[in-house]
Design a protein around this ligand. Structure first.
Ligand code: HEM
Length: 445
């Protein structure tokens, strides 16, 4: 017989404390919850929230028992911008769309995307100047936005269509605001920020629909993701294709999901390399030996194992997606606790990736944790930056390719150092990004 008592968790010391902390210190709050045990709980704003912090429970949540969950309420607010794209849709509809979008990420398409990734990173490397001070966060956002614009739409959002980039950034801010406590109420007020968000949504819609129509009219496969979305047919059913609206939702989702996440992984890479010169030297040695100054291609990926280990370790300490949320459809039992249907269940990459039970010297940046021997010593679900199961990241191999090629291209020619006295804080919104500018000085190698 299971009990209906709630698992342990932090208790609010004043009204609305959780609301405030969830807004201001989300990571600290998740860490505090985890300190109560593998299953912890709070009651918050009339909902019950649970954190599951054990690799087996994370596997069951995302893989074994995935059918017992739908995605969390928080993500549903993103439907305003993303419609019924892959991130926000559910059930059979999601399954069909996932099947239709998947071919855009097949290996034979990736070679073309890889070329764009390396070329755009080289453009950044050409633009940088020795001794210059840059905001690395902005630099990496600009780079990954340009890459996703080109690979998705074959459009140059840096030079030819900067308004798309600006509108996307504005929309991302709007979704972030919606996720804050009171966000949905604020969104209804006639504030300048809300007006800007609505204008941005219009700009994006107009641009995406125009591109879709032009592309349908020309019928030409430009080798980008959009061409794949337009051509995809539901062969398992009636052979139908996506409507313009469906293509728009998927394109917008890929645009949003594919840009800030990868940028953050790269930002934190520069940050950690600057503080770990020995690991940086080892990275440089690999790049110099394998590439000897030329641009990397997709065929170089297997020859850059240390570069991949660096990125793995960066995404351990600073996972761009730091928490995933689900809602049980029926009561869900875990370790004798009953989690009622409709509660919110979280698993946090940030918290699990620093759990001393699975990670020696957990706060230290050490890419050598990623040798095959070391990996074999850990439970698989002590690390899940791309989530797992049927709702895992469809862009995972795209992201690895982009991360490795961008880092290899830039770090071959440049190292960066943090400005003295720079305070770095986290701003966990949709993704884990830095709160302030990451001011760094560039040094030509
Ligand atoms: C370092 C980079 C990235 C990280 C860490 C990351 C992480 C994730 C995670 C954790 C999820 C699952 C979210 C959940 O269950 O709530 C996800 C889903 C998704 N990601 Fe990524 N992602 C990255 C890059 C990308 C890229 C480059 C693309 C596309 C070009 C992309 C497209 C998507 C899409 C469409 C989904 C929804 C998949 C579905 O539910 O079927 N992501 N990502």
């Amino acid at each position: 017989m299971t009990t209906s008592v709630f698992p342990p968790g932090p208790k609010a010391r004043y009204p609305l404390e959780f609301l405030v902390r969830f807004g201001n210190d989300r990571i600290g709050f998740l860490e505090e919850m985890a300190s109560f045990g593998d299953v912890s709980h709070i009651a918050f704003n009339n909902t019950h929230m649970y954190l599951l912090n054990h690799p087996d429970m994370i596997r069951d949540l995302l893989v074994t028992n995935h059918r017992m969950f739908s995605k969390s309420r928080a993500l549903k607010v993103a439907q305003r911008l993303l419609g019924q794209g892959l991130l926000t849709s559910e059930g059979d509809y999601h399954l069909r769309q996932r099947r239709l979008v998947q071919p855009a990420f097949h290996r034979q398409r990736m070679g073309g995307y890889a070329e764009v990734m390396a070329n755009y990173a080289a453009r950044t490397a050409d633009r940088w100047q020795d001794g210059a001070q840059v905001n690395m966060a902005q630099e990496m956002m600009r780079l990954t936005l340009a890459i996703v614009g080109k690979t998705l739409f074959d459009a140059d959002v840096e030079d030819e269509a900067p308004q798309i980039g600006e509108a996307l950034t504005e929309s991302l801010h709007a979704v972030n605001r919606l996720l804050l406590p009171g966000g949905p109420t604020m969104e209804k007020l006639p504030l300048p920020a809300n007006r800007r968000a609505e204008e941005a949504r219009q700009v994006l819609n107009d641009a995406v629909y125009r591109i879709i129509q032009e592309r349908r009219a020309s019928g030409h496969d430009r080798g980008d993701l959009l061409s794949m979305l337009l051509e995809a047919r539901d062969e398992e059913h009636d052979g139908s294709q996506m409507t313009d609206e469906q293509v728009r939702d998927e394109a917008m989702t890929l645009f949003l999901a594919g840009h800030e996440t990868t940028a953050n992984a790269l930002i934190w890479t520069w940050y950690l390399l600057a503080q770990n010169p020995a690991e940086e030297r080892r990275l440089h040695a690999e790049l110099d030996q394998q590439l000897a100054g030329r641009l990397p291609t997709i065929d170089d990926l297997p020859n850059l194992p240390y570069t991949r280990m660096v990125l793995s370790e960066v995404m351990r300490l600073f996972p761009p997606a730091y928490v995933v949320g689900r809602q049980p459809i029926e009561d869900y039992e875990v370790r004798g606790w009953v989690i009622p249907a409709g509660s919110t269940v979280f698993a946090s990459q940030y918290v699990m990736h620093r759990d001393p039970r699975y990670w020696y010297d957990a706060e230290r940046f050490d890419p050598l944790r990623w040798t095959a021997d070391e990996i074999a010593k850990r439970p698989k679900f002590s690390y899940f930056p791309f989530s797992a199961g049927p709702r895992n990241c469809i862009g995972e191999s795209f992201a690895w390719t982009e991360g490795i090629l961008a880092l290899a291209t830039l770090a071959q020619r440049w190292r960066a150092r943090l400005m003295p006295g720079l305070a770095v804080a986290l701003e966990p919104m949709i993704t884990l990004r830095p709160k302030h500018a990451i001011e760094m000085t560039l040094h030509r190698r």
